[in-house]
Design a protein around this ligand. Structure first.
Ligand code: ZN
Length: 160
């Protein structure tokens, strides 16, 4: 067997990794590999390389897909948390605003009456009114913060 025959065989082996060989090429290569140990070793090594090359992109793809899925799910949960918190803030603001609109005129009159009845100067009952009016908003803010922290903790637990 000449050197050219082995070279041709190895060229076909290399080509086989990239594209299908013709029937004639396949049967010729098969016959050659049966009687040539050197080219058989080469074919085995080439096969391993091709298999390795094929497995690498697949592994990278599934890892990438999993990482992407996780990232998408993480952002979705973050978005949901933010939306829930915004909804709570909105509802709280609406509640505070409504109650303030309804109660402020009444409270103002009540404090003015109490100030006049106690005989204190107007800034005293006005300060009292301000504190009384701000206190519920402070309580609501504190509750809202606690609820917001609670939501965040729940969301993070899923990722631990
Ligand atoms: Zn050979």
């Amino acid at each position: 067997m000449t050197r050219d025959t082995h070279d041709e065989a190895r060229e076909l082996i290399t080509l086989a990794g990239a594209r299908d060989l013709s029937d004639a090429q396949q049967s010729w290569l098969h016959a050659h590999l049966e009687e040539c140990a050197g080219c058989r070793d080469y074919a085995e090594a080439a096969g391993r390389v091709v298999a390795a090359l094929r497995s690498v992109p697949l592994a990278a793809d599934s890892r990438l897909v999993r990482a992407t899925q996780m990232r998408v799910r993480f952002h979705a949960s973050r978005l949901r948390e933010t939306r829930e918190r915004l909804w709570l803030v909105g509802m709280a603001c609406l509640g505070v605003g409504l109650s303030a609109t309804l109660t402020v005129p009444l409270l103002w009159r009540l404090f003015a009456w109490m100030g006049a009845w106690a005989g204190v100067s107007s800034w005293v009952w006005q300060a009292g009114f301000t504190f009384f009016w701000i206190a519920p908003a402070l309580v609501v803010s504190a509750l809202l913060l606690a609820r917001g922290t609670h939501l965040t903790n729940n969301g993070e637990k899923q990722w631990r």
